[in-house]
Design a protein around this ligand. Structure first.
Ligand SMILES: [Zn+2]
Length: 623
């Protein structure tokens, strides 16, 4: 006898409604099986599979049936199939090679915009190299509004041509040339094909690009699952973690299969934004439903739990439904992507999770909005600007949706370098403080990877928030006869309440006729040959005056090596940010920052939001 040849035959029952399938066959030159033949095994959706031993034969003749008298005999011609792996589609009688259920089977998801508002929409298609469906083709289902959807399996084909019709003779065949598409998600609207599309029924926003362009998606790392637990009933001993939820309702539909990956990508971007925002490595602990299989699609479904919202569409009703479904654990903080018209808002939960400790994100699913609400959830207030006429500040807590970095100016609510530091989150006279870097869902910060805000000053040196208004400020030294104080308390829009870092600033009254001002007493370590940048917000509280920024380089024995001084700066009553760039000379061990006025009439200035960046890898932008 010859060798063993194996033929594999897959049959689609998509259109027949069969719930079982048999193959009745004869190897070429051999005998027929006894009807109904050999039972096939359910494989992927709509397909049955079996592997047959043909002995010495190199092919077979076959018909298919459901075991109950319904037959597909290829319009009485039977199917003639060569050995190897083949698939047979009963609706078209097409025989092609390959296993449509194997990893190489290609899926095509088509979203079609029904501009003509047909009552019914059909898609008539042919996989590349394959046969056309029987007209009018396969029925599409309404996804939302005028959008209709169909998911088909192409087998090994890497594309298809499509046409659309209403089942009654009206066609959209792209002006007669048909729509040529690849695989994956395809959107067809008004004669235009969009490849790599996302479900047009999801409320996806525009990813922010300020203050820096975001890296390409491939550069955004998957955060991964920090713990595996029941999303609605995590163990009481579980670590503190974020549970991400897809909220849907009956009226707007359940798009979980498409939404999960979109949501996971947004939350991975939020995690990445936290990590990029400072000089420290820090991440979100996510709770997942199961251990993912390594694919992003499975990770997304492990990360994002679907929850049906029934009591209404407001964010309050979303929270009530979540609590009723068990999502109220004190070791969980919830981020809910609502797939209906709700409100984007958040409770501030800096220490304990549970009921109401959730962000709701609706309308614009993107890193800007989700990250803004997540910042609130961790305890951050807005990046306040209570005075008018300021330059814009590209901070995610200032203008949701447009910006993506946390605390782009001065660690006024996010400072992983000092997790014990706290910052006023609202203008004077609020006394609420936070530092979201200390939040229990975030990992312990690890220094130093030179993120966008790689600041070398302490929280007090940056913000002057440790001392009461009117008190003597710690961390600063007067130069040339100046006097220093913490800016006295003012009204909501007053100076001590003005700039968004919180409501405290340094006040310096210079001496007349002397080089007078202040320095930051502590001298941060500096490395010879490395470039540094000093930032400071300044305003004159009295009269127009001139000052200069100053960086003084010292060696390890405390001897001044040289001084880098800025051009003359004219101060007005408005807060503006100034900066000075300098490279540490040979022998440098430390640097001392200051602002010095040349000889002129005595005046009073306010100083705030100071930073010292090292610029060897990345240096904070200037605005
Ligand atoms: Zn807000």
């Amino acid at each position: 006898m010859g060798g063993r040849n194996s033929a594999r035959h897959d049959i689609s029952i998509v259109h027949s409604g069969w719930t079982s399938a048999y193959i009745h066959y004869t190897p070429t030159g051999g005998s027929w099986t006894t009807a109904p033949g050999v039972a096939m095994t359910a494989a992927c959706t709509g397909w049955y599979v079996t592997t047959l031993d043909l002995g010495a034969a190199t092919g077979l003749q076959a018909v298919f049936n459901n075991g109950s008298g319904t037959w597909d005999n290829n319009n009485s011609a039977d199917y003639l199939i060569s050995s190897g792996t083949s698939n047979v589609v009963s609706s078209t009688h097409a025989i092609t090679s390959g296993n449509p259920c194997s990893a190489t089977s290609n899926s095509l998801t088509v979203f079609y915009y029904n501009a003509s508002t047909w009552s019914n929409v059909y898609m008539h298609y042919a996989p590349t190299g394959g046969s056309w469906t029987t007209a009018p083709g396969v029925a599409m289902t309404v996804e939302c509004g005028n959008w209709h959807k169909k998911v088909i399996t192409l087998g090994p084909a890497t594309g298809a041509q499509l046409t659309f019709n209403n089942g009654s003779g009206a066609w959209d065949s792209n002006g007669g040339s048909n729509y040529q598409v690849g695989t994956g998600y395809i959107k067809v609207a008004s004669g235009t094909v969009t490849a790599n599309a996302v479900n047009p029924c999801l409320p996806i926003g525009t990813e922010p690009t300020l203050p820096y362009a975001q890296p390409a998606d491939s550069a955004v790392p998957k955060r991964g699952c920090a713990t595996i637990d029941d999303p609605a009933a995590p163990a009481s001993t579980s670590i503190n973690a974020v549970q991400v939820i897809y909220g849907y309702n009956a009226a707007w539909g359940n798009h979980y299969d498409d939404a999960a990956a979109v949501i996971a990508k947004i939350m991975d971007r939020v995690d990445w934004a936290i990590d990029e925002s400072s000089d420290y490595e820090q991440h979100i602990n996510f709770s997942c439903r199961h251990t993912d299989d390594g694919t992003y699609a499975d990770y997304a479904k492990a990360l994002v739990a679907p929850v049906l919202i029934t009591s209404g569409t407001s964010s309050g009703q979303v929270r009530a439904d979540l609590a009723a479904a068990g999502y109220s654990d004190t070791n969980r903080w919830y981020v809910v992507f609502a797939d209906f018209d709700s409100q984007s808002d958040s409770y501030l939960c800096p220490t304990t999770g549970g009921y109401n400790c959730s962000s709701v994100v609706t309308d614009s699913w993107d890193t800007g909005v989700a990250g803004h609400e997540f910042g609130h959830l961790l305890g951050a207030g807005h990046a306040w600007m209570t005075e008018t006429g300021h330059q814009y500040n590209p901070d995610i807590m200032l203008d949701w949706g447009n910006y993506w970095l946390y605390d782009t100016r001065n660690a006024s609510y996010y400072d992983p370098s000092e997790t014990a530091a706290r910052f006023y989150i609202d203008p004077y006279s609020s006394t609420t403080k936070a530092n979201i870097a200390a939040h229990p869902v975030l990992t312990t910060p690890v220094c130093c990877d030179v993120g966008a805000n790689n600041d070398l000053l302490t929280a007090q040196e940056r913000t002057t928030e440790a001392d009461a208004p009117g008190a003597s400020p710690t961390g600063y030294s007067a130069v040339g006869g100046a006097t220093l104080t913490v800016t006295p308390a003012g009204s909501y829009a007053g100076v001590s309440a003005s700039y968004f870092d919180g409501r405290r600033s340094l006040q310096v009254t210079t001496a007349a006729s002397a080089a007078s001002g202040y320095v930051i007493t502590r001298q941060p370590v500096a490395v010879a040959g490395t470039t540094y940048k000093q930032f400071v917000r300044l305003r004159s509280a009295t009269t127009t005056a001139t000052v200069a920024l100053r960086m003084q380089w010292f060696d390890s024995s405390g001897t001044l090596l040289s001084t880098t001084t800025s051009n003359s700066i004219t101060l007005t009553s408005n807060w503006l940010e100034w900066r000075l760039t300098g490279t540490a000379p040979t022998g440098t061990a430390t640097v001392q920052l200051g602002v010095i006025a040349p000889a002129q009439t005595s005046f009073t200035m306010n100083v705030d939001t100071q930073q010292l960046n090292r610029c060897d890898t990345v240096c904070r932008i200037e605005t």
